[in-house]
Design a protein around this ligand. Structure first.
Ligand SMILES: Nc1nc2c(ncn2[C@@H]2O[C@H](COP(=O)(O)OP(=O)(O)OP(=O)(O)O)[C@@H](O)[C@H]2O)c(=O)[nH]1
Length: 614
């Protein structure tokens, strides 16, 4: 394979991949189109300008649909592959792989049928191209895109809009800077009124990428010639004009062979008094060679920028796919795996919040360091242990017989009732930590990037985590209440043994007896109870946090989603799928990205393989 063949073949293969993956320029503008970066030759011309005849002559076969009205209604990407002399000619459609057409009348029929398949016989047009490859010894390697003929009026059965639709479609091809325009104009018509030239002038004013073709030279009025056009005086282009003589309608009716027609065309130029001096630069065979060489050189020049476009696009698509997350498997196992992965990602962030690294865990310590001590300080012991209340409680405990030495019952009642006050701050600490944890769950969910696309799973995880936190809270409350109750169930004996005995202090036993009902006596009881309660407060200030951490924080770290895991382990594939219902727009976007990525990677492989064989 020569370089020239492989370069055009390369673009052919990339173009086919583009069509398979839905990239044929225009339409989808969210992606940069690879198709648009590839050089191509688009054939444009007004109706009956001889467009089909030129293409058939280049191919050396008649194979295009004929008829009145707008026959070409979808772009036809015509890929010509030169084969060895003497080998059998055949055609192949991209949409019918592995079927070789050697009867070209069937090719014509298939083009018609395939056009109708997309447009539904309504004579509408469609921008989705048909790809046709022709393998023949009579062609040069070349790719041409046949477009609907430009027209001024819709014919019967076609909507009025078709005129505009055709122009829009043709424009979408020739607008692209990489498009080489093959502009076909009939010689028996004023070049200034040629539809093809009008359009080319608009999109390619410098004439850099326009090839002018003049057909029907044989149909010009006697005594006139097209030298002004062919020699570039009428309308100047960067490339030389090529004159063509196609088969006349009579030739077509007589089924004149294309190869014979080519020879007749050569003779026409060679013997023409007007064009004899241009003979070796005229005719359809010359045109095909000219285009092939030009296309090849344009492709060669474009390869580096195509490569860099491909590499850039691959990078962009890969990073977008990373961002979108990879698609999820459809079987239950893969779904369960994905759900567990997502839970783990959340759990990791949640732990980071508790352990530090992310903020929020410190607020748990804030509860122990500020809220709890402040709440303990605020308990109304002053009122509860006032002399009046102490007297009241002690007297009630004594009953009809006042206590003789120490009011044992009175002490107990005072202490028990005081210790009950600790339940409030104890439960409040549990609640405060509960709300800190709940807030951290909320934060962690919103910080888990991987979860972003799964609103349902987010909700489920939040629900499961909060349910678990409720359970931990209940457990925490039971435990702290138990700690408080333990304090009142058995009092610290040593504390009371170490209290100075009143009898020792007074010095006068007789006086102390009357003193017993004196205010000082109750004040002492109050102060003893108060210092016992103070001691217990100090203990609880240290032990309540331990209980809270043990029941809530530690559990949250170790087993926040355990319950959830056992639940989803039992679910069916369908229910798992529901947990993973992503935003449909996102799924679609991911699919598109993945397809693009596949396209660009295969294009890169194609380019790499050509560089190797060069
Ligand atoms: N004598 C002669 N007739 C030609 C030449 N080129 C095309 N014709 C005839 O002109 C008519 C239209 O040619 P086509 O090739 O079908 O033109 P087209 O632009 O494809 O036409 P539509 O597909 O209908 O838009 C046919 O009858 C051809 O035989 C030419 O160079 N010389």
């Amino acid at each position: 394979m020569t370089t020239m063949e492989s370069l055009i073949g390369l673009v052919n293969r990339i173009q086919r991949a583009c069509t398979v993956l839905g990239d044929y320029g225009g339409g989808d503008t969210t992606f940069s189109s690879l198709w648009e970066a590839l050089p191509s030759v688009a054939v444009v011309g007004g109706q009956s300008s001889g467009k089909s005849s030129v293409l058939e002559s280049i191919v050396g076969r008649d194979f295009l649909p004929r008829g009145s009205g707008i026959v070409t209604r979808r772009p036809l990407v015509l890929q010509l592959h030169k084969t060895d002399d003497g080998s059998q000619e055949y055609a192949e459609f991209l949409h019918l792989p592995r079927r070789k057409f050697s009867d070209f009348s069937l090719v014509r029929k298939e083009i018609q049928d395939e056009t109708d398949r997309a447009t539904g016989r309504t004579k509408q047009i469609s921008p989705v191209p048909i790809h046709l490859s022709i393998y023949s010894p009579n062609v040069v390697n070349l790719t041409l895109i046949d477009l609907p003929g430009l027209t001024k009026v819709a014919v019967e059965g076609q909507p009025e809009s078709v005129v505009q639709d055709i122009e829009t479609m043709v424009r979408s091809y020739v607008d692209k800077p990489n498009c080489i325009i093959l502009a076909i104009s009939p010689a028996n018509q004023d070049i200034a009124t040629s539809d093809a030239i009008k359009l080319a002038r608009e999109v390619d004013p410098s004439g850099d990428r326009t090839f002018g073709v003049l057909t029907k030279l044989d149909l010009m009025d006697k005594g006139t010639n097209a030298l002004d056009v062919l020699e570039g005086r009428s309308y100047r282009l960067q490339h030389p004009w090529v004159g063509i003589v196609n088969r006349s309608q009579a030739d077509i009716n007589k089924n004149v062979d294309m190869i014979v027609a080519r020879r007749k065309e050569q003779e026409y130029f060679a013997t023409s008094p007007d064009y004899g001096h241009l003979a070796n630069k005229m005719g359809s065979e010359y045109l095909a060679q000219l285009l092939s060489k030009h296309l090849e050189s344009v492709i060669r020049a474009r390869i580096p920028s195509i490569t860099s476009l491909i590499n850039k696009s691959i990078d962009e698509l890969e990073s977008e796919l990373d961002h979108l997350g990879r698609p999820i498997g459809i079987d239950a196992g893969a779904q369960l795996y994905t759900i567990l992965e997502l839970c783990r990602a959340f759990d990791k962030i949640f732990k980071e919040h508790l352990d530090g690294g992310r903020p929020g865990g410190d607020r748990v310590y804030g509860v122990f360091d500020n809220q709890l001590p402040a709440a303990l300080r605020k308990l109304p012991f002053d009122r509860h242990l006032s002399v009046q209340n102490v007297r009241k409680v002690v007297s009630e405990a004594d009953g009809y017989q006042p206590h003789l030495i120490a009011p044992e019952q009175g002490y107990r009642r005072l202490i028990e009732s005081s210790l009950n006050y600790f339940r409030g701050p104890a439960e409040a600490s549990v609640d405060a930590v509960h709300f800190v944890l709940k807030e951290l769950v909320r934060k962690s969910i919103s910080e888990t990037q991987e979860l972003k696309h799964f609103p349902t799973l987010q909700g489920e995880i939040a629900g499961a985590a909060n349910e678990a936190l409720e359970r931990f809270r209940d457990e925490g409350k039971k435990t702290v209440i138990r700690l408080v109750d333990m304090e009142s169930s058995y009092l610290t004996v040593d504390f009371f043994r170490r209290l100075p005995q009143e009898v020792d202090k007074g010095g006068n036993p007789a006086a102390s007896a009357t003193d017993r009902y004196h205010e000082g006596h109750f004040r002492r009881i109050a102060s003893n109870v108060s210092s016992y309660v103070g001691m217990v407060a100090e203990t609880l200030r240290n032990t309540l946090p331990k209980a809270v951490v043990y029941c809530q924080v530690r559990e949250a770290k170790q087993s926040l989603l355990n319950h959830f895991y056992t639940q989803i382990g039992r679910r069916e594939g369908k229910q798992l799928g529901q947990l993973l219902d992503e935003d449909p727009a996102l799924m679609e976007r991911r699919l598109q990205c993945a397809k693009r990525l596949e396209l660009y990677k295969s294009a890169r492989d194609e380019i790499d393989s050509v560089s190797w064989t060069r």
